[in-house]
Design a protein around this ligand. Structure first.
Ligand SMILES: NC(=O)c1ccc[n+]([C@@H]2O[C@H](COP(=O)([O-])OP(=O)(O)OC[C@H]3O[C@@H](n4cnc5c(N)ncnc54)[C@H](O)[C@@H]3O)[C@@H](O)[C@H]2O)c1
Length: 370
């Protein structure tokens, strides 16, 4: 009997990249590494991007919508609402780069559009996929630092000059929305819901080049305090991120400038502790992110239920709350005083489950009085 032909592989996703700038160049190789077919539509740069990644160019956005399963929105922030809502209305799943919307109202409209269309929508909060940040969060939630007390995050680099829209606060939201939204999201993911936001920002021009430095302080419902520092600095400033997360039983530290993974100052942990993250020599976090989202997209033509095993670690609701925190920070900058928020109530109001403050199972198991 002749051998039966091998069963065909399940059809891979066809993904439409809308935009062909900096982030499209970060996403395209990740999609291709997963065997995805790429179709590109952009105001400019589509032909070059498609040629570099074995993709093809769609003559129009509508033509792209006709042939893809997923739309990856990598356009400037003020266009996210229009592009992503059209994709959802056409019945496509969407990965939308962070921030989910230029305003909290835009982000909320996208969450509602995804629900109305019964399609999956995820914001590109890639920092949740950096191994150092993911393992820090796992260690905190395993109780390794005890009760979190003070979290410090810093992120900064040269003022973004590759596209003019970044320098226009009305379009980008400035350093707070464009850059610090990453750490505002991670802080809530690690230390739980937020009750107060205080922020300051200083902008100046030096040698004709703009600089902006901002600080945001979050008070968490569980009592921890987060400080986030964001810098768009001088042209020579190397991009650098760091965290220093302290609890009553120890500290976890990371600095991208010194690498070497997460450093810990911890006593022996009764559970034996978690493996420490390796130095940042692994795969691109964009690939880790896109693989997790691609599995979710491939799992269902509709939205995934909350308890689905392939639900990604980030949701559209997280994207909305991150933009709301950034907006609260901008309100605080204008007012010069703290802004009260209640993200737990907000998450419930939007039909989600608030992040609990990290508990301390290891200490509880050891009978610690804390
Ligand atoms: N996750 C991260 O680490 C990260 C880093 C940088 C930027 N971002 C975000 O990614 C998004 C894109 O940033 P970028 O640096 O790639 O911007 P960019 O300016 O480099 O690229 C934008 C691209 O979109 C195209 N474009 C503009 N309007 C369009 C429209 N209406 N339809 C189709 N194409 C359009 C432009 O021609 C360009 O190719 C922004 O929201 C930004 O905040 C995320």
């Amino acid at each position: 009997m002749p051998a039966l032909p091998a069963l065909p592989a399940p059809p891979p996703l066809t993904v439409g990249l809308v935009g062909a700038g900096g982030m499209a160049r970060a996403h395209a190789p990740a999609w291709r590494a997963l065997g995805t077919e790429l179709v590109v539509h952009s105001v400019d740069g589509a032909a070059e991007l498609a040629a570099a990644h074995d993709g093809r160019v769609a003559a129009s956005f509508d033509e792209l919508l006709d042939v893809v399963d997923v739309v990856d929105v990598v356009t400037p922030t003020p266009t996210h609402l229009e592009v992503a809502s059209a994709a959802l209305a056409a019945g496509r799943h969407v990965l939308c780069e962070k921030p989910l919307g230029r305003t909290a109202a835009d982000a909320l409209a996208l969450l509602e559009a995804a629900r109305a269309a019964d399609r999956q929508l995820y914001p590109g909060h890639v920092v949740r996929y950096f191994p150092e940040y993911a393992l820090m969060r796992a260690a905190v939630h395993a109780g390794e630092i005890g009760t979190p007390a003070v979290l410090r995050f810093a992120r900064g680099g040269a003022f973004p000059s590759w596209s003019p829209w970044f320098a226009d606060d009305a379009r980008s939201g400035g350093v707070v929305l464009d850059l610090m939204v990453h750490d505002l999201d991670v802080a809530r993911w690690v230390a739980g819901e937020v009750t107060s936001v205080f922020a300051t920002r200083r902008s100046l021009e030096e040698d004709g080049a703009p600089h902006t430095l901002a600080h945001v302080v979050l008070t968490h419902a569980g009592g921890a305090i987060t400080h986030v520092r964001g810098l768009w600095g001088a042209p020579h400033t190397a991009f650098r991120t760091s965290f220093h997360v302290a609890g009553d039983a120890g500290v976890l530290r990371f600095d991208s400038a010194t690498s070497g993974g997460v450093r810990s100052d911890l006593p022996p942990v009764p559970t034996g502790g978690l493996a420490r993250p390796a130095p940042a020599a692994g795969e691109s976090p964009y690939l880790t992110e896109i693989r997790e989202l691609a599995r979710a997209f491939a799992a269902s033509p509709t939205a995934l239920p909350a308890d689905h095993p392939l639900r990604p670690r980030v949701s559209a609701l997280d994207g909305v709350v991150a933009v709301e925190l950034a907006e609260a920070a901008l309100t605080s900058i204008d007012a010069g005083e703290p802004v009260a928020v209640d993200t737990a109530a907000r998450v419930r109001e939007l039909g989600g489950t608030p992040h609990p403050p990290p508990d301390t199972p290891a200490l509880a198991a050891a009978g610690s009085p804390v």
